[in-house]
Design a binder for this molecule. Structure first.
Ligand SMILES: [Zn+2]
Length: 340
């Protein structure tokens, strides 16, 4: 049997004037040798190795067997040579975290630093180092996020997290690549949204960090709730008994929360401006309660890296800056070596 017959051509990457055929699993991709070589040092070296004279050709093109899955190679090629122009709604070549991690892995493997940097920039936006960034990005981190109603029901916006172990995959890749500043937010997502999958974390040290952080995050949640529902004296409240009762009832409601995800999610806790939006407490109590809530969140966010044994935000940012410097230097050295 002719082995070429049993394989199939990629519907997305089979260009009639292509000059090289890549094969992953049983799928063939007819693409452009010079283009790939210009993007990837690994392909450049691979193509410069002379092929044996009896090497089989497909429609005159040499065939290169790759050890990636067909799915991963298609994603990588899509990111490298986009088959569709980006639209206003989708400027990213990847649709979810799982795809992002695959493209990042292959960009590293085939040495395409620009694509690595682009994928990392998406991760940096998704897993910020500031609380403002965190609060601004839920649409991207949740599986599906109901943004607002357009008059015909809620508008559902797909986020990057789609699979059940997406944040775990990002954690593995961030640890492997030494991308430090995103780790606290990634670990937080793992603990809050994917705690049933933490045993799959590859680096067991990080698995331990997640386990250690769980009770601390639950305590943080309780602590922020406590700030919100406490009844400070001398705050100018003219109806202390009534306000105290509303706050106590709210506190009881919160204490009845049994969703394990919510219980260790201090930053997912809605504030007094939302909780008391139906009225019930006076303006003074609302204002103080809101301030206490914001202060509590800020303090716990500041401590988030420490919760996972990672030092301070400042140290993590510095580590990433040093890493970027090393990567840029390497690029410069590679560019000089190529031009000489
Ligand atoms: Zn009051």
């Amino acid at each position: 049997m002719d082995p070429v017959k049993s394989v199939q051509r990629s519907p997305d990457f089979w260009f009639e004037d292509g000059t090289i055929v890549l094969q992953a699993d049983n799928v063939l991709y007819r693409v452009y040798r010079g283009f790939l070589a210009s993007r990837s040092a690994v392909f450049r070296d691979m193509f410069s190795t002379p092929q044996p004279a009896d090497e089989p050709l497909i429609e005159g093109c040499p065939v290169v067997q790759l050890h990636d899955t067909a799915e991963e190679l298609a994603l990588f090629l899509k990111a490298l040579l986009p088959s569709n122009p980006p639209t206003a709604f989708n400027t990213s070549p990847v649709c979810n975290l799982s795809e992002l991690v695959s493209v990042l892995r292959l960009s590293e493997k085939y040495d395409v630093p620009a694509l690595c940097a682009f994928m990392e920039s998406i991760l940096v936006a998704l897993y910020p180092t500031t609380l403002e960034g965190w609060d601004a990005g839920p649409a991207l981190r949740y599986p599906l996020f109901s943004l607002f109603s357009d008059g015909h029901g809620p508008l559902i916006v797909p986020g990057y997290a789609e699979g059940e172990e997406d944040h775990v995959k990002v954690l593995d890749v961030a640890v492997a690549r030494g991308l430090r500043s995103i780790l606290p937010a990634v670990l937080y997502c793992v603990v809050v949204y994917e705690h049933t999958f933490i045993s799959q974390i590859q680096d067991k040290e990080y698995l331990q960090r997640c386990i250690t952080a769980l009770p601390e995050l639950a305590f943080a949640r309780k602590n922020i709730e406590g700030c919100m529902y406490s009844s400070p004296k001398n705050n100018g409240c003219a109806q202390q008994a009534a306000c105290a009762q509303v706050k106590t009832e709210m506190g009881y409601d919160e204490a009845r929360e049994t969703d394990p995800d919510a219980m260790c999610d201090p930053f997912g806790l809605s504030g007094p401006s939302i909780k008391y939006s139906g009225g019930g407490v006076c303006v003074n109590c609302l204002e103080i309660s809101q301030l206490e809530y914001e202060e509590g969140r800020n303090n716990w966010w500041e401590d988030l890296p420490k919760t996972f044994g990672l030092g301070t935000w400042e140290e993590l940012r510095e580590q990433d800056e040093a890493r970027t410097q090393i990567l840029n230097n390497n690029l410069l050295v590679a560019a000089r070596a190529q031009s000489s």
